[in-house]
Design a binder for this molecule. Sequence first.
Ligand code: ZN
Length: 65
Amino acid sequence: MGDALQHECTGPCIICGLSKEQGIMIISEFICDDCEKEMVRTDVSDPKYPFFIHQMKQIIYKKNA
Ligand SMILES: [Zn+2]
């Protein structure tokens, strides 16, 4: 735990690829505020959900590589 989650970092976001001022760091990757909120409200049945999961897995794999 510890510094894994920080606010007010800058991108580029791993989901949308845009540089934003507001967002969170997950492990060492940035996810902007917009994508983070969208992920939270995305339903499991939404076509975008697998994409978000895929992007998240990229982070985990990088960490364990
Ligand atoms: Zn984003």
